[in-house]
Design a protein around this ligand. Structure first.
Ligand SMILES: [Fe+2]
Length: 297
């Protein structure tokens, strides 16, 4: 966590939009153009529609105020600037009030492919388009409320896994095939390709308790992804009171990432619905080449 003595109780700061330099906007544009080329056919419809609806931002780092006016009209959410990662309770209070805390700094040219902490590109390009979708918007608010409760119950590590495997690294099954909705994926060139097309990771049908038992890696591409069928399914999973779930989770062992249980339903990358399996197979060679190029960069 970044310590900022000037931060207020809710850690909200001025974005300082006028202080971004030309090179900061140039980094944004490079990332934006690169991901925009990669995402058609990979990101889900809801994400793509949200990005289009925002009208952000090919030209540079968006002004959060202008961006918020658009998101607020769609789903009642606003974006507030914070100086980096904020304490859990602060984060959850923002979400519960339909405010998304986004950091205001942008990575340096040497950090294009790897960051230890989220920057403004991840926070805005990754998270905000899906906040334009009414059901996902409600899910995020429910998550914030659930987070405050989990803190109180000493259950935060379990709930954090739900955020990780949905908001950050979620996949969704669609009529056209598997698609991405997780912000950690859509903002990453390597993971946008790897999560859908590599043979390595496990893609497991979403199951709330399974997700909350599963540890995750923060320092590498994911070994497991969880696949939802719809945002409605995700939101419905958060409706019950989690208190008995947490009690059960405390009695059961954690599951390492990459492990497959006999009870898991695996989702094929080449995807269950109909006819695009051969196309996916055909794409494999090009995908491996693309991953090789990324690895060589
Ligand atoms: Fe994130």
């Amino acid at each position: 966590m970044v310590e900022h003595p000037e931060a207020s109780e809710d850690y909200v700061i001025d974005q300082g939009w006028a202080d971004y330099r030309a090179e900061d906007h140039a980094i944004w544009r490079t990332l934006f153009e690169r991901q925009s080329r990669l995402l058609p056919g990979r990101a889900c419809r809801e994400y793509v529609a949200g990005l289009q609806g925002l009208g952000v931002a090919a030209e540079g780092i968006p002004d959060f105020e202008r961006l918020s006016d658009i998101v607020e009209r769609a789903t009642g959410w606003r974006i507030v600037a914070v100086p980096g990662l904020v304490p859990d309770d602060v984060f959850f209070r923002h979400l519960a009030a339909r405010r998304f805390p986004a950091t205001n700094w942008i990575r340096r040219p040497e950090q294009m492919d790897y960051l230890q902490e989220p920057d403004v590109f991840h926070d805005i390009f990754g998270h905000v388009p899906v906040l334009m979708h009414p059901v996902f918007a409600d899910y995020m608010q429910a998550y914030g409320r659930g987070g405050l409760k989990a803190l109180h119950l000493g259950a935060l590590p379990y709930l954090a896994r739900l955020y990780w495997y949905t908001v950050e690294f979620g996949l969704i099954r669609t009529g056209e095939g598997l698609r991405i909705y997780g912000s950690g994926i859509v903002s990453s060139r390597a993971e946008s390709i790897y999560c859908l097309e590599s043979e390595k990771p496990k893609r497991i049908a979403f199951d709330l308790m399974r997700v909350m038992r599963t540890q995750y890696r923060i320092d590498d591409l994911q070994e497991s992804y969880f696949v939802i069928d719809s945002f409605d399914q995700l939101f419905a999973a958060t409706r019950p009171d989690f208190t008995p779930y947490y009690q059960e989770l405390k009695r059961r062992p954690d599951i390492a990432p990459g492990v497959v249980l006999t009870s898991d339903r695996l989702v094929s990358a080449g995807v269950a619905h109909g006819g695009d399996r051969p196309r996916q197979r055909g794409a494999r060679g090009r995908t491996d080449e693309a991953l090789d190029r990324i690895a060589a960069d």
